[in-house]
Design a binder for this molecule. Structure first.
Ligand code: ADP
Ligand code: MG
Length: 249
């Protein structure tokens, strides 16, 4: 599904991501873990196209992505939930989700945010997809609620629904569990399991090792911008490099 081959990115001469390679298989949940500053979000942004790589190649289903801007990558089937993704607090849940849907429609996100007129057929299709996505994350009954009034856990589900609107084949999540209470974490884990069961490929960046361990088929461990380990959750947790770099506390 996704191939990252020897990708590097530095800021001011310091590598944030250094010669990272990984392959994510179709239908897999891949966890990416590492301490703060390990390069997880930088890797995420290199994959989504929000940041250009200095070196290396990235391909989605064998299609090279390297020169494509984020919206073109989205059109190829990649959907994202950014770390601390923005909620339009005064808008309804449905509106929040529909704003996201425009990334793959005829008109852009900016036009949607500005509420510019759109093609009526597009509008109906987007509304249909928003409905479907809200049902899928269990927010069907909350569509008309004001987004800012939802508990944080449901706001995260709403962000996932927004990403699902584009009907992605690869979903990238950057620390979706951060700040959530135990029960909300559990609900998010169940949602991710359901999405996986539905055939979605997921790249899950997380600081919370227990959360990733439960969900991921395989885990890639970053430290100081490099891959220091990769394997099943059990393999990774037993790896001495990982223990000393990260799990050793
Ligand atoms: P993580 O998400 O694993 O916490 P990041 O990818 O955010 O790590 O950061 C990796 C390193 O790159 C850190 O040292 C961070 O300070 C640096 N970094 C990230 N983005 C930038 C940027 N836009 N400009 C300068 N340095 C950055
Ligand atoms: Mg980060």
């Amino acid at each position: 599904m996704l191939t990252v081959d020897g990708v590097s990115r530095s800021f001011g001469g310091v590598y944030a991501v250094r010669d990272v390679s990984l392959d994510i298989a179709e239908g897999e949940v891949r966890g990416i873990i590492g301490p703060n500053g390990a390069g997880k979000s930088t890797l995420f942004n290199l994959i989504t196209g929000h940041l250009p790589a200095d070196h290396g190649a990235i391909a989605l289903r064998s299609a090279p992505l390297d020169r494509l801007p984020p919206h073109r990558r989205a059109r190829l089937g990649m959907s994202i939930v950014f770390q601390g993704a923005r909620v339009f607090r005064g808008m309804t849940v449905r509106e929040n989700v529909m704003v996201g849907a425009h990334t793959r429609g005829r008109t852009g996100f900016a036009a949607a945010a500005l509420r510019l007129p759109r093609h009526r057929r597009d509008e109906r299709e987007i509304a249909r997809r928003a409905e479907e996505a809200l049902d899928r994350v269990g927010l069907g009954a909350w569509a008309e609620s004001q987004a800012g009034l939802l508990p944080l856990g449901q706001q995260r589900s709403m962000q996932v629904a927004r990403a699902l609107c584009a009907r992605p084949s690869l979903l990238l999540l950057d620390e979706p569990a951060s700040g959530l209470r135990a029960a909300e974490r559990e609900a998010l884990a169940v949602l991710i399991e359901e999405l996986r069961a539905g055939g979605l490929t997921i790249m899950l960046i997380e600081h919370d090792v227990a959360f990733v361990t439960r969900l991921a088929d395989r885990i890639t461990v970053l430290d100081l911008g490099r891959v220091i380990a990769e394997g099943t959750p059990g393999e990774v947790r037993a790896d001495p490099h990982v223990v000393s770099a990260y799990l050793g506390d």
